[in-house]
Every structure is written in C-alpha cells, then in structure tokens.
Design a protein around this ligand. Structure first.
Ligand SMILES: Nc1ncnc2c1ncn2[C@@H]1O[C@H](COP(=O)(O)OP(=O)(O)OP(=O)(O)O)[C@@H](O)[C@H]1O
Length: 411
C-alpha cells in the first residue's frame, strides 16, 4: 500500500531553475487540463452579490408560512453587493478594507469556493456554477477550475496538518492533480520549490513536521502547496497579517518572485494599507477598496493611496498612522473625521450610498441613490463610487447631511 510518507525514496534532483522553467513553460499557454488560453479574463465577476442567511433556532423549528406571517425571520447579511471585476493574465488585484467589509467573501466567490447569491463568476469565460453543476458541456471540468484557482490562508497553522511531514503535505496536491508523476518526479518538484522559495537545506525540511518550522517557513510551505499545482490565480487571504513585520516584506517578495516564474495572477487581501500598497506597487497591480460589501474605489496604488478620491479611502489613509513619529502624534490629536462611530449593520445597510452616515462629505442626495463606480475625465482607470466625481450631479445642489461639509485631515 502506498501512503504519502512513502515518497521518501531519494531522487536525482534537477536544479530549481530547470524545474521551475519547465513548469512555467508548461503553464504559459496551455492549461494542464488541455483548455486553450482563449483570450477571456482568467476570472470575471458580473454583478455579483453574496448573502448569508443565518437560521436561528426559531426559524428551524417553525414552518416558513408562520415565520413570514409574523415576520420572525432574520435579515440576511449582505456580504457582497453587486460587484463586477475582471482579473487578467498575471494581474494583481489587492482588496483593501476593514475587518468585516467583505474581502474574504468576495475573494472566495471569485475563485469559485463561495457560490454567489446573484450574478455570475466566470473562469476563462466559462460560468463556474454551470461547470460545477454539469450544465456546461465542453472540454472544461470542475476539477480543472478547482486546480486553476487556489487559496492561501492567513493561518498556516490551520492550513498544515500537524501530523504530516512537509514532504507528505506537498506530495498530496501533486498526487491529486498530476497523478502521472512518479515518486521521483514529485520529490524533485517539491525539493525544487523548497529551494526556490528559500526553505533550505531543502532535504532537511522534507521530513520535518509543521511544529518544527517557524511562522514564516510554514507560510512558505502553504504558498508552495498552492503554487505546485500551477494555478492561474491564487487568492492570498491576509497571508502576511499574522507574521512579524520583518517577515512580511519577505513573503510578499516571494509571491512577486513566484509570479515572475509561474505567471500567476493574485487576489491579495489585506486590511493593512502599507502591505496593500507595497504588494500592488511591486506587482503593478490595482487596489480595490472594499466597504460594506462594495468596491468604492479602484486604481493603481499611486492613484488610490496618494490621491484617494472616495471619502472612505481618504479616511482609511488618515487612520493609517504615518511612519514618521512626529506626524503620527499630530494625526492622533486630530478629531476623527468619521461622522458616527456606530458601525452599519451588514444585514440592514443604509439606503443610498452605504457610507453616507459616516461620510463627512455626505449630502442629501447620498441618502437616495447608491453611486456606481465612475471616473473623472483624464483618469479613466481610477474609479470612485461617489457623486463628487460627477460635476453635474444633483449632489452639488443638495444640502450637506451633517450640518456642514467637514474636512478630512491630510486631504
Ligand atoms: N459563513 C458566514 N455566515 C454568515 N455571515 C458571514 C459568513 N461569512 C462572512 N459573513 C459576514 O459577512 C460579512 C463579510 O465578512 P468577510 O469575512 O467577507 O469580511 P472580511 O473583510 O474578509 O473580514 P475579515 O478580515 O474579518 O475576515 C461580515 O459581516 C461577516 O460577519
């Protein structure tokens, strides 16, 4: 009987360069499933919404007719609301926002792990739900989609089985997705990836258990596991948040290096403006700011961080302490520009613009209509979901909502 830990036979290893070159060449134009790169976005979301309905005991115990008649049901949580985005080859999209804003749900939906309540999610033009349910007839199978869209979590402790060696952990996805590889081929690929990612001496690490690794090493192994199957997209969900500040740059740099080798696209989730900016800058990616399930601003890091347009992004920037201690002290003494400390309820979001209750720039018009992403003339790719982008909107004639228009420090 063959077990994961049978993969211990020694093997001639090729240099990391030679293996990574061959794998990246294999994945450059043709997926291992045989599906041609068809020019469609790797992932595209169209008007995607996701709701979570909690079922309290009362709802489980009573018939639906009674629940409806006496209005006993709970409102669903609107985790994602009407989001449309495309992710192309070797694209990077950084989702930046506070805890609970919907980043993880949006990312999971984009890689087909979370089913949307409304809208469609496509992989290379194929509707993922259709592929999963078998409604789609063609050369693409759901297994191909699963392999192509991978995830790396924040908590590498939870992601790695404490009872399995690194060799066994990393052999598992290779056995699953590349059953034709023999033990030697698998070992070769694993050793090569360990070396490439700086986990050396690689031979020593093969037979270690997760508890024998540092936090940074565990996260490297989790990244290798996702990368070994040659995915098109990796959802990197707060992958550096649990690490010491000194290690964060190393891991982000590793992802950048791996992207160059494997031409992977990333959806990189972070609640930290500094990390979001660093990663987007290094990868020429875009930052999408997420607030209460919606993308409220999107653009290059320079556009979004240096020249934020949406009041929410401007406040996010204000709230991120500057590195200079004197500047940081001055910022702390400034009164908060947020109009209410009360967090909005995601199961009952405000009508109109979802940010209007907290927004220092809000006017009456913002209570009536939810602004779509729009751009000013001259910067077509820097979009903000705020009526202030539209110089002809009735917003400008309507009354400020919070007495008067308030300034946001630093703007
Ligand atoms: N399985 C679920 N069931 C019910 N509600 C959920 C579920 N998953 C997420 N939510 C809710 O959806 C909203 C968005 O959550 P999500 O985890 O996507 O946000 P996030 O920005 O990734 O936050 P965090 O960084 O804290 O994970 C939150 O109100 C959350 O409580």
């Amino acid at each position: 009987m063959s077990t994961d830990d049978d993969d211990t036979s020694s093997s001639e290893t090729s240099s990391p360069e030679s293996t990574s070159t061959s794998t990246s060449t294999a994945s450059a134009n043709t997926l291992s499933s045989g599906v041609e790169d068809n020019g469609e976005p790797v992932v595209s979301l169209e008007n995607v919404s996701v709701e979570f309905k909690e079922e309290p005991l009362i709802e489980q115990a009573l018939p639906q007719s009674i629940i409806d008649r006496f209005d006993l049901g709970e409102d669903p949580v609107q985790a994602v609301n009407d989001v449309s985005i495309d992710l192309g080859e070797e694209d990077v999209l950084v989702l930046l926002g506070e805890s609970g804003s919907g980043k993880t749900t949006l990312g999971r939906t984009a890689i087909g792990v979370q089913e949307p309540t409304e809208g469609s999610v496509k992989y290379r033009g194929y509707d993922i739900q259709d592929v999963e349910s078998g409604r789609h007839s063609g050369e693409l199978y759901f297994e191909d989609v699963r392999r192509a869209l991978q995830i790396v979590h924040q908590d590498s402790n939870a992601a790695l089985n404490p009872y399995r060696t690194i060799r066994a952990t990393l052999a598992e996805p290779l056995k699953l997705w590349f059953p034709d590889l023999d033990v030697n081929d698998r070992n070769e690929r694993i050793l090569s990836m360990l070396r490439t990612t700086g986990v050396t001496p690689a031979e020593d690490y093969m037979d270690r258990y997760p508890h024998e690794l540092s936090g940074g090493e565990k996260q490297r192994v989790a990244i290798i596991r996702a990368m070994l199957v040659e995915p098109d997209v990796i959802l990197a969900d707060e992958v550096v948040s649990a690490l010491d500040v000194s290690l964060r740059i190393d891991i982000m740099d590793l992802l950048v290096d791996l992207q160059e080798m494997f031409q992977t696209s990333y959806i990189f989730i972070s609640h930290n403006l500094t990390n979001a900016r660093y990663f987007a800058e290094r990868t020429d990616g875009k930052i999408a700011v997420v607030y209460l399930g919606e993308i409220v601003e999107i653009g290059t890091p320079e556009e979004v961080i240096e020249n934020p347009k949406h009041p929410y992004t401007q406040i996010l920037r204000w709230a991120s302490l500057p590195l200079d201690p004197v500047e940081a002290r001055e910022t702390l003494t400034e009164p908060s520009p947020v109009m209410t400390e009360e967090a909005p309820d995601p199961s009952n979001p405000p009508s109109g613009c979802r940010f209007h209750q907290s927004c220092p720039k809000a006017r009456e018009a913002c209570t009536r209509e939810n602004p779509e992403l729009m751009s000013e003339e001259g910067s077509p790719d820097h979009l903000s979901a705020c009526f202030r982008e539209d110089s002809t909107h009735e917003y400008w004639q309507s009354e400020p909502l919070h007495g008067e228009e308030h300034d946001i420090p630093g703007q």
